[in-house]
Design a protein around this ligand. Structure first.
Ligand SMILES: O=C(O)CCC(=O)C(=O)O
Length: 240
């Protein structure tokens, strides 16, 4: 569904937005079953916590066609078009993963999804289980996507060490029903909440960008999912 002007303004101002619409129960069940199968069989690439438990499945788009089907469905792209314009690519080398957030994971740090504000992306979170304050829903610090004077250290996306208590105190939880979707500006300070329950809190995360009008070559890690790869650069090449 296309976003309203107020939803677009809210996103630009605050750096996050709950998207309209919800994944149907049957889709959630298919996604969860596929994820559970790969977790049970520890199909690489996976990330584990300090106890050796799988906490993340990477490279979802290579695992099963259902992931691409849902990540590029009209439910998602119709809303993203309101933010990114008609030409949209999905990113395969950032996000593209499922997060289980088991209680054993403990505290996770505030981070940005990309280091450079001029290379921003938007991140869509697909909640496959209800996300609550207790089981570690996403936490965001509203408006901090505009705080580009707080510079990440080197190539690290973590900003935890750079945050003062004054800013940390502004964090808000983003609970969601199972099947709910949220979009964040990837420069916003955010973290997966701490899971204080016995269960998991499974989500999928995909990153999207507008087609880069100045890219002379196709980035092999980006796949056009809507519109066209419209090149708009000047013809002349500088010799600088
Ligand atoms: O699942 C979440 O709550 C957030 C995920 C996230 O921050 C990430 O994958 O970078």
């Amino acid at each position: 569904m296309a976003l309203t002007g107020d939803q677009i303004r809210f996103f630009r101002h605050n750096g996050f937005l709950r998207l309209p619409g919800q994944l149907p129960e049957e889709t959630i069940a298919r996604l969860k079953a596929t994820i559970l199968n790969d977790v049970t069989n520890a199909v690489e690439p996976v990330q584990r916590d300090k106890h050796g438990d799988v906490i993340r499945l990477s490279q979802l788009l290579d695992r099963d066609s259902i992931f691409g089907e849902i990540a590029t469905s009209d439910l998602v792209l119709d809303s993203l078009e309101s933010l990114l314009g008609p030409n949209i690519e999905i990113i395969t080398n950032r996000h593209n993963h499922a997060t289980l957030n088991p209680p054993s994971r403990g505290y996770t740090a505030f981070h940005r999804d990309v280091v450079q504000w001029s290379r921003d992306i938007v991140t869509v979170l697909f909640y496959l289980e209800e996300a609550t304050v207790d089981n570690g829903c996403t936490n965001v610090i509203p408006g901090t996507h505009l705080f580009n004077w707080i510079q990440n250290e080197g190539a690290k996306t973590s900003v935890e060490g750079l945050l003062g208590d004054d800013l940390r105190a502004q964090a808000v939880p983003l609970p969601s029903p199972a099947g709910g979707l949220a979009v964040i500006d990837s420069q916003i300070f955010h973290r997966v909440g701490t899971n204080l329950t016995d269960g998991t809190r499974t989500s999928m995360t995909f990153g999207y960008v507008s087609v880069d009008e100045l890219a002379g070559v196709q980035d092999p890690y980006r796949i056009l999912v809507r519109g066209e790869s419209a090149y708009g650069g000047n013809v002349a090449r500088s010799t600088m």
